[in-house]
Design a protein around this ligand. Structure first.
Ligand SMILES: *[C@@H]1O[C@H](CO)[C@@H](O)[C@H](O)[C@H]1NC(C)=O
Ligand SMILES: *[C@@H]1O[C@H](CO)[C@@H](O)[C@H](O)[C@H]1NC(C)=O
Ligand SMILES: *[C@@H]1O[C@H](CO)[C@@H](O)[C@H](O)[C@H]1NC(C)=O
Length: 945
């Protein structure tokens, strides 16, 4: 309140003393009233001459204000009616101000010169005013991601210059407006390229008048509404269409046959409707890449042969579409094919991928069909799912493809080319390895031409496109990092984006407005494989505030008269004092809770700084573990206890609860979570979330059902591992560790690699656990970190022990010991004998199996499989346990070598063999994998850094 009063006094004085500047007085007054309607104005809006003094976000032509561009400025308040006085305004962009909103007042219609209006992801609600139809010059209208309700005004049909119309993700209802002689409608927008109306509550039919042959539409997105009735024949008249999304409505009847006229369509989504009849022959859509027809009521039919002629297809999704008969072999030889989902049909016969299937093929999901035979060998990294088909027995041993895999959360990130550094809280290490405060946001791609999210070349193309757009527009951007591509339930691809400043460690306001404008106004053109997008920018809280503000206020003083100057000065001192106190107070509050800045985002589910990790309340976790009941206790250690829990969806989790003495400082805990949540790899146990609440600190991990590698080797968990499975586990674990060393950002040294820290999931895939002891790599120059020696006896690198210099090679040593364990079944130290010595001593390279028969695990021999590659395995293990770190291979080299060994053993290292261990399915029932003695998450969590 005090602050607002002071601002008011300042403004009044300013007006009193108005000295003629360059700016038109009406425009100046309009800006003042905007300023008054915003609570926490933090731009440099001071003085009386916005045009002459370069107010941030304000552009002028002569004395007139022509543009107001203030996206992501953290504005709070409403949009003043007086904005109508800006009669020369051509561009208004207030996007990404999450607390700016209220009703959009009819006065907006008086900005007759307005060409672009962007209010994306603000807090506007109520109807879109009819007066919007007065903005005859408008070419770009983006009101997406607000809470607008009511009908889409017919008057939008007057906007004959409109190119871009985005009203998605609001609560608009009623039918789509079309003209009827007296009133206009969307059909009049013949110059428009984009109708983005998805994710609203639109109802009624899709009017046949909506489409006509004069239109030049490229993207029609009507998905996720309540539209019903038939798809109008007239859609076939708009031959310019490229993306058609009518999915997730209640559309009825047959797909009109003249949809085949749309020869330029790349993405066609008709899924989740009630369409019937037969699917027309779409072989004319030569550029079709992504087709989803799922969950309709089509007539029963054979697999559509015409699909086989579409050479561009990457993605075919026809789940629950009444298909029957065999799947044609030639389907899989479509050269760009990545994904085939044909679940819930009656497809039968033998499934055959043929000899020359697409090298891009990643997923073939045929759950719930009548397939009687699986393809014999699958090379490459293809996931095949045949659950609930006759080929999968209902009981007894099943092949891998009979199990429903966990939803694949793995994705790739472009590799980091330097040694990232540990940054202080809030800062992030950029892809060029310097610490800075990035500008964050999320791309929402409303269609894409691919589906293999694990192929990093798609992400890299996006990253490069962004960098070059920022470069050519002279933005102060150093690097860009895009990550975490996820398909949401509306089939929108979300991609997290971090934009890093060049030179400085933070952006100023001018930088942010420039960058956000390029994204909110679609000036950035995404690479070809990406369809239409919306960018949603986050708040940016790290502006270099103090400098910018003091500059502007000093300007105000100079132009003021002497007497008033004194009063002003007094006010400023008071204001300054007040601001100082506020800031101190705020800092203090944040000091108590390092997650304070995250609070506003809590309601939105995932915490944005974290990639996928969720914030749990203590109450929630209490519920999931049945009040931390003893029954759910699955382990304990120095740090506290571990519980099993079950989320609402039935997903199992492992919860690590720190006991009171182990609770670490808030900032340390936060750093740890930020680190853990960045690490995603198929061979690493992933963090699901955390809790920092009521003085408790808990980490929530995915539950890995088949216990530890140690238990499997000892036979304790009922799992028996043949030689091939052992190779696969070695490879998996090595890949996980190599990822920590080479791709995690910043790199992580595990420090406690051992067989009890390698867990086995239900497919017996190795997952490395507990990088809780891990130490982040030091800065760019140093390749080692000096720390107190930690680790487990038997696995400890002697070099590290002597020098106390920790490097990645210490993990290599421990991994070498694990390899020896894997081949011998012995513990590192058994009856006082050290495994490394025990293998080295009898070794004789001239003899069969290096003369190691005695020490080999009897259990591998029992399988009767030839131990192909064993000698090379021993060689590799012994290189890993060389005394000097320099002589050991890197984990990357270890991965490559194990891959070679697997080839020698006749297994393609990129596929998982079907599990040969007889009993692993029910192993978790018989033996508790999380026994206290060898508890996998057992490091001294949480640990101080
Ligand atoms: C289809 O796309 C091509 C290439 O973009 C374009 O030249 C052609 O005019 C389009 N066809 C129609 C009917 O719009
Ligand atoms: C689909 O249409 C094309 C061209 O109109 C035709 O050549 C092809 O035989 C048709 N395919 C099927 C399976 O009907
Ligand atoms: C990734 O996608 C590109 C472009 O489609 C393709 O050329 C490349 O082979 C793909 N890589 C993998 C590993 O599938």
């Amino acid at each position: 309140m005090v602050q607002r009063a002071l601002v008011f006094v300042l403004l009044a004085l300013n007006q009193l003393l108005h000295v003629a500047g360059d700016t038109d007085p009406e425009d100046y007054n309009a800006l003042l009233s905007l300023m008054r309607s915003w609570e926490n104005l933090s731009m440099n809006w001071g003085g009386q001459d916005p045009c002459g003094e370069n107010w941030q976000g304000v552009w002028c032509s002569g004395s007139r204000v022509t543009k107001i561009i203030l996206p992501s400025m953290n504005l709070v308040g409403t949009l003043s009616d007086n904005i109508e006085q800006l009669s020369e305004l051509r561009s208004l962009d207030l996007s990404y101000n999450k607390d700016l909103g209220g009703m959009l007042l009819p006065s907006i219609g008086n900005l007759k010169k307005l060409e672009t209006l962007a209010l994306i992801d603000c807090n506007f609600y109520g109807p879109i005013p009819d007066s919007i139809g007065n903005l005859q010059q408008l070419t770009f209208l983006a009101l997406n991601s607000n809470k607008f309700s009511g009908w889409i005004p017919n008057s939008i049909g007057y906007l004959s210059n409109l190119r871009w119309l985005d009203l998605s993700e609001n609560q608009l209802e009623g039918s789509i407006p079309v003209s009827n002689g007296t009133t206009p409608g969307l059909d009049k927008l013949v110059g428009a390229k984009h109708f983005h109306l998805g994710n609203n509550k639109l109802s009624g039919g899709i009017p046949s008048q909506l489409f006509n042959s004069n239109m030049t539409l490229q993207h029609v997105l009507l998905d996720s509404n309540k539209l019903t009735g038939a798809i109008p024949e007239t859609i076939g008249l708009v031959q310019t269409l490229v993306v058609v999304r009518l999915d997730r409505n209640i559309l009825l009847g047959a797909v009109p046959s003249n949809i085949t006229n749309l020869i330029n369509v790349t993405d066609l989504l008709l899924s989740n409707n009630k369409l019937s009849g037969s699917v027309p022959n779409l072989s004319s859509m030569k550029f079709l890449t992504y087709v989803d027809m799922s969950n309709n009521s089509f007539d029963t039919s054979a697999f559509p042969e015409w699909l086989l002629s579409l050479q561009s297809l990457t993605t075919i999704i026809m789940e629950g579409t009444q298909l029957q008969g065999p799947v044609p072999v030639s389907l899989f030889s479509l050269p760009n094919l990545e994904t085939v989902v044909l679940r819930e049909n009656q497809l039968n016969g033998a499934l055959n991928l043929g000899a020359r299937y697409s090298s891009q093929l990643k997923l073939v999901d045929m759950q719930n069909n009548q397939i009687s035979e699986a393809p014999r060998v699958i090379e490459g990294n293809i996931t095949l799912i045949l659950t609930n088909n006759p080929v999968c027995p209902e009981t007894g041993e099943a092949d891998n493809y009979c199990l429903v895999p966990d939803p694949d959360t793995s994705y790739s990130v472009p590799p980091v080319k330097c040694k990232p550094i540990l940054c202080s809280s809030g800062q992030v290490s950029s892809p060029r390895c310097s610490c800075a405060y990035p500008y964050r946001g999320t791309f929402i791609f409303r269609s894409i031409s691919f589906s293999d999210l694990s192929n990093s070349s798609y992400l890299m193309a996006l990253e490069e496109g962004l960098i070059s757009t920022f470069e050519s527009n002279k933005m102060p951007v150093g690097t860009v990092s895009v990550s975490d591509p996820t398909m949401d339930s509306l089939a929108y691809l979300n991609v997290t984006t971090e934009i890093f400043p060049s030179g400085e460690d933070r952006f100023n306001r001018t930088g942010i407005t420039g960058i956000a404008f390029l994204l909110s106004n679609q000036i950035f053109k995404a690479p070809q494989m990406y369809g239409p997008y919306a960018f949603i920018g986050d708040n940016y809280d790290n502006y270099a505030v103090s400098l910018e503000q003091s500059k502007s206020s000093s300007r105000g003083i100079i132009t003021g008269a002497a007497v008033a100057g004194f009063i002003l000065l007094l006010c400023l001192v008071l204001a300054g004092f007040y601001a100082f106190r506020q800031k101190k107070r705020a800092n203090r509050a944040i000091g108590n809770n390092p997650f304070a800045q995250w609070d506003t985002d809590k309601a939105r589910g995932d915490v944005p700084q974290l990639k996928g990790a969720k914030w749990f309340s203590f109450e929630e976790l209490k519920k999931y573990t049945n009040n931390f009941s003893e029954v759910n206790e699955i382990g304990s250690g120095g740090y506290g206890k571990v519980y099993r829990g079950s989320l609402q969806m039935g997903k199992l989790i492992a919860i690590k609860r720190a006991q009171k003495e182990s609770v670490q400082g808030g900032p340390e805990f936060r750093t740890e979570i930020e680190l853990l949540s960045r690490v995603h790899h198929k061979n690493l146990v992933s963090l699901v979330g955390f809790c920092f609440d009521q003085g408790e600190q808990l980490l929530v991990y995915e539950f890995v059902p088949n216990g530890t590698l140690r238990d499997a080797l000892s036979g304790k968990s009922g799992i028996r591992l043949d030689w091939i499975k052992r190779l696969e586990i070695s490879l998996g674990a090595a890949r996980g560790i190599a990822y920590l060393h080479e791709f995690a950002n910043p790199p992580i040294i595990h420090r406690d690699i051992k067989s009890t820290n390698i867990l086995l999931d239900k497919h017996l895939t190795a997952k490395v656990a507990d990088f809780g002891l891990s130490k982040i790599m030091g800065d760019c120059e140093k390749s080692h970190v000096s720390t107190q020696v930690k680790g487990t006896v038997g696995y400890l690198d002697p070099d590290y022990y002597m020098t106390q210099q920790l490097t990645e090679k210490s993990d290599v040593y421990s991994f070498g010991v694990v390899m020896l364990e894997i081949m011998t079944g012995r513990r590192p130290i058994e009856k006082g004998k050290y495994i490394v010595r025990e293998v080295r001593m009898p070794m004789d390279k001239t003899k069969d199996l290096y003369n190691l028969h005695e020490i080999l695990d009897q259990a591998i021999a029992d399988f009767g499989i030839a131990l192909k590659g064993l000698e090379k395995f021993v060689d590799l293990a012994l290189r890993c346990v060389e005394d000097s770190g320099a002589e050991r291979p890197t984990m990357g080299e270890v991965v490559k070598e194990i891959e070679n060994i697997m080839q020698l053993a006749g297994v393609n290292p990129r596929t998982e063999s079907t599990a040969t261990s007889e009993t692993y399915e029910d192993a978790s029932m018989r033996h508790h994998p999380y026994n206290p003695e060898f508890f996998p998450y057992s490091a001294d969590f949480p640990h101080p850094r």
